[in-house]
Design a protein around this ligand. Structure first.
Ligand code: ZN
Length: 227
């Protein structure tokens, strides 16, 4: 793995990205398949597939993470209710944050291949980004159901849902799509050895609770990072 791979994987370069809708950056190779997907979803259900979040940089993810560590942004339990972080050990806090937010340097949103999507034709005043919005009765149910149908028929232009089932690591995210041909390559590069090497880099020193991450690297890797 070379320096450029390290920068792409950890969200520290924009060299592989293009602008979408002048609002989001996404991997240059997903623009066309995404537009194809938009079209088929509109034809089938009259839903307007749009992006809520595309590329997210290392610094942006670090900002979110550090705010959660300092109690300036809610850390949630498995049911989505806010936790009293004072009662948690550093490692418990790391694991609680990682249910809902990636460790900076290891968000799939760093790659540009992964996007959070919603239906712009059925947009409520405020999007919470919770599973119920994508389930029956929720505003994005039609979109989500259409995506499920296309994915299982292998007609989703190589997009899939990496957080489809809850195995105790990252919680279910029906809104999160990933462009498999490229994302799979990136994912496979992040072995345990690579993970340990990355978190030892100096950029990671400014991440809150990084010492706890380093001490529990193997367990964190198998629960939250590895495929
Ligand atoms: Zn996402």
């Amino acid at each position: 793995m070379d320096r450029n791979d390290y920068l792409i994987l950890t969200g520290q370069t924009e060299s592989h990205l293009v602008s979408y809708d002048e609002q989001f950056l996404i991997h240059k190779d997903i623009l066309k398949p995404f537009k194809n997907l938009q079209e088929i979803i509109f034809e089938k259900r009259k839903c307007k597939l749009e992006i809520l979040s595309g590329f997210r940089s290392f610094d942006r993810q670090k900002f979110i993470w550090n705010q959660k560590c300092k109690g300036k942004r809610a850390v949630r339990d498995n049911n989505g209710n806010p936790l009293d972080i004072e009662k948690l050990s550093p490692y418990e806090l790391v694991c609680s944050i990682m249910r809902w937010s990636a460790l900076p340097g290891f968000s799939r949103h760093h790659w540009g291949t992964d996007i959070d999507v919603f239906d712009d034709h059925n947009k409520p005043e405020h999007i919470e980004l919770v599973p119920s919005e994508y389930q029956q009765g929720g505003p994005f149910y039609q979109l989500s159901d259409c995506l499920s149908e296309l994915i299982s028929a292998d007609r989703c232009f190589d997009f899939y849902r990496p957080y489809e089932t809850d195995l105790g690591g990252v919680a279910i995210e029906p809104w999160h799509l990933s462009f498999k041909p490229i994302a799979k390559e990136y994912q496979e590069m992040i072995t345990l050895e690579v993970f340990e090497k990355f978190i030892a880099e100096k950029e990671f020193n400014s991440i809150e609770l990084i010492e706890s991450v380093r001490e529990n690297a193997e367990e964190i890797y198998y629960r939250f990072i590895s495929p």
